[in-house]
Design a binder for this molecule. Structure first.
Ligand SMILES: O=C[C@H](O)[C@H](O)COP(=O)(O)O
Ligand SMILES: C=C(OP(=O)(O)O)C(=O)O
Length: 447
């Protein structure tokens, strides 16, 4: 049976559906979705199942999850340099965490599919011109002209090909020698003057010596030569996700094959909405963002809908409370889930609850707020006796200036020249490493 015949996969079409472009009557809609449906999957169900097993280890407190990448990927940034900088930064963060906390780290990029963005407003006004808001390059373009802002379904096909190219390079890097732990010092090249880089250099030197010592003793670690790396994105655009859903020939079950892990955003996680219904029917490990308005009963109902069989690794709650709320709003959720006996993975997203507008108009976040929300997340879990299982950040491997602060202090004056994100601000390379050191310290306390 193909996905077209599988029962229930189209039930979402009759449910309240938020944050979608109005493009069903576009002349290219049918051909674009047909082309996607005929294309090969981007990931295989076996890999997705393996990730679920890894996340089951996280749920048990035996591993840690690192999720990071752009707020919104762009087609233009599908280049070897940009992809390698991101992968390298995530690998460096993972080294800091693995070495600091002596735990395996599950590595996952907001990559190879993070092209759709939910927006607060459907329309954007500049001066006396009002146009549809930018919703990510899978829907429309960023340039503020009527032609570019009109949603174009052909962009879904372009996003598929860009995701395929990204995933292909990620697989080459992580399987083909680039991620070899014996190159741990190489990943820091060009980044040496900052305290975070100096700290990293020290860890890398220690790992290098340990590996060389073991090699001299005749031990060869095949597993150091490659690493698992998974692709994740927000499953926002259901036309795209539906067209890339396939029935796994081994199990006869549906999988979203646009990425290994998909999450439901804060704005689309309504219990009776289309997103929760659709994702409840596929077998991938799922995330759900939980903001400060989440009640304990909503969290429990989400578990019932998305993980009715309490399958280890199936469900990850990505909490984005904001630093002002995390210590007050997170405990009731964590306690209710703990007391229900459900085993979800708890991840902190210290970015989305801390967005502010700078005096010069840019959306930004204070690095101190990001760090403080991470500390609050760990405090709450320590008090509840639960496991803080991961961190989810908007970051890049590039030297951008989008978030304020960090040890190489970034202030608003840097934004005009070095702000590149099309939607929300990301941590740059140094800030990402600094955050990894903080998380490693916090994790050491609980493991
Ligand atoms: O990344 C998250 C959302 O897409 C983003 O915060 C929405 O931003 P907006 O409030 O500018 O629409
Ligand atoms: C939109 C996002 O987050 P949230 O749903 O938490 O606002 C995101 O992570 O890109």
């Amino acid at each position: 049976m193909g996905a077209a015949e599988y029962p229930g996969l189209d039930a979402w079409r009759d449910l309240p559906l938020k944050q979608q472009p109005d493009w069903r009557n576009h002349p290219d809609f049918a051909s674009a979705t047909a082309e996607l449906s005929a294309n090969p999957p981007l990931v295989f169900a076996g890999e997705v199942d393996k990730l679920k097993r890894r996340l089951a280890q996280v749920a048990k407190g035996e591993a840690f999850l690192l999720q990071g990448g752009d707020c919104a990927e762009t087609f233009a940034d599908v280049t070897a340099d940009k992809i390698s900088a991101k992968v390298k930064t995530l690998l460096q963060m993972a080294v800091v965490l693995t070495y600091g906390a002596s735990l395996p780290v599950v590595k996952m990029g907001r990559m190879a599919g993070q092209y759709a963005k939910p927006r607060s407003s459907d329309m954007e006004t500049r001066g006396d011109v009002t146009l549809p808001s930018f919703r990510g390059e899978i829907v429309n373009g960023f340039e503020f002209t009527p032609e570019v802002r009109i949603p174009d379904p052909k962009r879904m096909v372009q996003a598929y090909h860009k995701s395929a190219a990204t995933l292909n390079l990620i697989r080459a890097f992580t399987e083909g020698g680039f991620a070899d732990l014996r190159a741990v010092q190489q990943w820091n090249k060009g980044f040496m003057e900052n305290p975070a880089h100096a700290r990293y250099e020290q860890i890398a030197g220690e790992i290098d010596r340990a590996v060389r010592f073991m090699s001299a003793c005749g031990v060869e670690f095949e597993s150091l030569k490659r690493t698992e790396f998974y692709a994740a994105h927000e499953a926002l655009l259901l036309d795209y996700e539906r067209a890339l859903t396939r029935i796994d020939s081994r199990t006869g079950k549906p999988y979203v094959t646009s990425g290994h892990f998909v999450w439901i955003g804060e704005r689309t996680r309504d219990l009776d909405g289309a997103h929760v219904d659709y994702l409840s029917r596929v077998r991938n490990p799922l995330g759900v963002k939980l903001g400060p308005s989440t009640t304990p009963s909503t969290a429990l109902e989400l578990i019932d809908k998305l993980d009715p069989h309490r399958e280890p690794g199936r469900l990850t709650f990505i909490v984005r409370m904001g630093t002002a709320n995390v210590r007050e709003k997170l405990p009731p959720l964590v306690e209710a889930v703990r007391d229900s006996g459900a085993k979800v993975v708890w991840v902190t997203d210290p970015m989305h609850g801390n967005t502010i507008t700078a005096k010069n108009g840019y959306k930004t976040r204070r690095f101190d707020d990001v760090m403080d929300e991470v500390r609050g997340f760990f405090e709450v879990h320590q008090a509840a006796g639960t496991y803080p299982g991961g961190v989810h950040v908007e970051m890049t491997g590039d030297d951008v200036a989008e978030c304020l602060g960090g040890s190489d202090v970034i202030d608003e004056s840097a934004f005009d020249a070095h702000y590149a994100s099309l939607v929300d601000p990301r941590l740059n390379h140094k800030q990402s490493l600094e955050l990894a050191f903080l998380v490693a310290e916090e994790l050491t306390r609980v493991t």
